[in-house]
Design a protein around this ligand. Structure first.
Ligand code: SOE
Length: 379
């Protein structure tokens, strides 16, 4: 598209998420016709050699080692936060105060109090904002949303989600520092509740509406780990596993489970929704398929359909290859940037905004509160 407006991006963080975001900013205009075009102006990270190397690899024009300098730069329109969770609040507040748009990796804050301040800051500054809950934009998940909105499931009775991993089972794995900050409660805020359940909750609030109350249990299986930054064995403050039951405002009953102790599972995010007329099942390990059962089908051929989500009339797919050829994980981030840029052009903010992500943090807070109190808690 001719005459695209440049959107100057300043990224903070050059880990796994910094790579997924950079890939998305770089690819989006090759596949989507948009009024805006991200320009990779600067990346910021504390290690000078590493950040310069990242800038070269991902085509950033410049690099910084202090995020405050990045936020002050007049040539940056959008601050994208892909650094560990304990940095999100301070950077988002400063970026909003400087009038920058803000995109933030999930979870928004380490708890709802932090996320509330961040949400109020971007709303006060009236700056466009979004949180990277990327799984909403797996085409199969977006199709699930369309089917529900079309009323095909009818009244919803059950929502069932889980996110299973196994990478922290070894008691010899240290906590803290690069790559392992997710195990350090001061940095992460919580364990699998904020890291994995948050994904399940974001999708669930989007597909099935608000949650009224929850009852939860959490466990920390390995109670002490060597801390990479202090060199000492220290207590582990995160939850290794987190399970909860919920009642949704629409009357449906739900169960959620997340753990890093499910041997053999690497990132098994699944959800199933059972409605009056139909059911839906989705599995991240088979992300280009949506399992769909429609009770309205003729009895003799009624059964679970495994829909291959690669046709041009499936969400987002007209932008990619030809029918039958599937796309993957990284594309969900490209879709997220495309929708953010469309939102800028239309003036209708793409979800999840900071306020939407705050709702997720209110649920994760209630889950952690209930695990402590042993009572049902309201988000
Ligand atoms: C944790 O291992 C992790 O990388 C999460 O932090 C991501 O949000 C999730 O998508 C995959 O797993």
């Amino acid at each position: 598209m001719a005459g695209r407006k440049k959107l100057n991006v300043g990224l903070v963080g050059y880990g796994f998420m910094g790579r997924t975001h950079s890939n998305a900013f770089g690819k989006v205009n090759q596949f989507f016709e948009l009024g805006y075009e991200p320009a990779l102006k600067a990346v910021c990270g504390r290690d000078k050699a590493k950040v310069e190397d990242f800038a070269r690899t991902w085509n950033y024009e410049t690099s910084e080692t202090d995020w405050r300098k990045l936020v002050e730069r007049k040539d940056i329109d959008l601050i994208d936060i892909a650094a560990p969770n304990d940095t999100h609040g301070e950077i988002a507040l400063a970026a909003a105060a400087a009038g920058k748009m803000v995109m933030c990796e999930k979870p928004l804050g380490r708890n709802a109090a932090e996320s509330t301040k961040m949400t109020e800051a971007v709303e006060r500054a009236k700056v466009p904002n979004m949180v990277w809950y990327n799984y909403r934009r797996v085409p199969a998940v977006t199709l699930a949303k369309q089917l529900i909105d079309e009323g095909r499931l009818g009244r919803i009775y059950h929502y069932r989600a889980k996110f299973l991993q196994d990478w922290t089972i070894s008691k010899d794995l240290p906590q803290g520092g690069t790559g392992l900050w997710r195990l350090d409660v001061g940095v992460a805020g919580s364990g699998v509740t904020g890291d994995l359940l948050a994904h399940c909750i974001d999708t669930a609030l989007w597909l099935n509406g608000g949650i009224g109350s929850v009852t939860a249990m959490t466990e920390t299986f390995v109670k002490e780990r060597m801390h990479n930054l202090t060199g000492k064995v220290e207590p582990v403050g995160i939850d290794d596993a987190s399970l909860f039951l919920a009642r949704f405002a629409n009357g449906s009953l739900a169960s959620f489970e997340a753990t890093r102790y499910a041997r053999g599972h690497k990132a098994l995010y699944t959800f199933e929704i059972n409605g009056e007329h139909a059911s839906i099942f989705w599995d991240l390990h088979d992300l280009h398929r949506l399992q769909y059962f429609d009770h309205g089908d003729q009895g003799t051929v009624r059964g679970w359909r495994s829909i291959h989500i690669t046709d041009s009339d499936h969400p987002y797919m007209a932008h990619w290859w030809v029918p039958g050829l599937q796309i993957g994980y990284e594309h969900t981030f490209v879709h997220q940037v495309a929708d953010f840029l469309k939102g800028l052009a239309s003036g209708k903010a793409a979800a999840p905004t900071f306020r939407d992500a705050l709702a997720t943090d209110e649920v994760t807070d209630a889950v952690l509160r209930s695990a402590q109190s042993g009572r049902w808690e309201q988000p």
